[in-house]
Design a protein. Structure first.
Length: 266
């Protein structure tokens, strides 16, 4: 039985995980959805709708060609995409949007490795500034709001913005650190030309980050979201569907066809 060692390892790990969960891990909000999974598996939960399932996309979609000029020239770097990055096509769209609109002040929630940040800054005006906020790994266990299952793998990394060049850090990019659920965004209220929301993927954080973005982005500015309609991040889709259909400020949200990007002109 070649699978026996693997089974035993998983058995011991699962036993340890359950001991932690029932002893006190349930106090951490992001662990509580596991109870639903267990109840469903053993037949105790009779609901037919899994709250962790990705809801169907409800936001109207548009093509990139309806938004971008065909002659837009862009600068791109760090093209290789790793897990957690926007796709190369999404990166080109974001870069083209920045180049076309020339936002003087950009703000990103969710630095990760800095690949998107680097390309936003490269396409801003020469005197532009890009601020990027990331949650320090040591704060993952005390997040102000529930995290999505899987968020911690992108928080727990050797360094934030590892792919940012030294030159861009010095000239155009300002790294910031903190929890977007409690961070004081007020110095940027009504000052941001383009906002990219790509932090925690939980429903609660997407709503909170969007509320902050609405206050920060000036009229005529742009809000971008990542990971809409992704099967990995149902909280993003749920939150944006709700905002677009139920909040009087957000009926203009549109999904870029063929991507997981959404945008709204403020």
């Amino acid at each position: 039985m070649n699978d026996l060692p693997v089974f035993l390892r998983r058995y011991v790990q699962s036993l340890a995980g359950c001991a932690y969960l029932f002893a006190g891990g349930f106090l951490v909000p992001r662990h509580r959805s596991l109870f639903y999974t267990l109840c469903r598996h053993f037949g105790f939960e009779k609901d037919t709708v899994d709250p962790n399932a990705t809801p169907p996309p409800a936001i109207p979609s548009v093509s990139a060609g309806e938004i971008l000029r065909d002659d837009t020239e862009i600068r791109l770097s760090r093209l290789a995409d790793a897990g957690g990055n926007v796709t190369p096509a999404e990166l080109m769209f974001i870069a083209a949007l920045v180049r076309q609109r020339q936002p003087a002040v950009c703000f990103e929630i969710g630095t990760f490795d800095g690949r998107t940040t680097e390309n936003i800054a490269a396409n801003q005006p020469a005197d532009g500034r890009c601020y990027t906020l990331d949650l320090p790994p040591e704060d993952a266990g005390k997040a102000a709001l529930p995290l999505a299952c899987g968020d911690t793998s992108y928080i727990d990394k050797p360094a934030s913005g590892a792919r940012l060049s030294k030159r861009s850090r010095e000239e155009r990019i300002t790294p910031l650190f903190g929890d977007s659920g409690t961070f004081d965004f007020s110095p940027w209220d009504n000052r941001v030309d383009l906002m990219f929301v790509d932090g925690s993927h939980s429903y609660e954080y997407v709503l909170s980050d969007t509320e902050a973005a609405w206050k920060m982005v000036r009229p005529g500015g742009l809000i971008l979201w990542h990971d809409y309609a992704s099967r990995w991040w149902p909280g993003v889709t749920r939150a944006l569907n709700q905002l677009q259909t139920e909040d009087a400020r957000f009926p203009g949200i549109r999904h870029i066809r063929g991507t997981t990007l959404c945008f709204l002109e403020r």
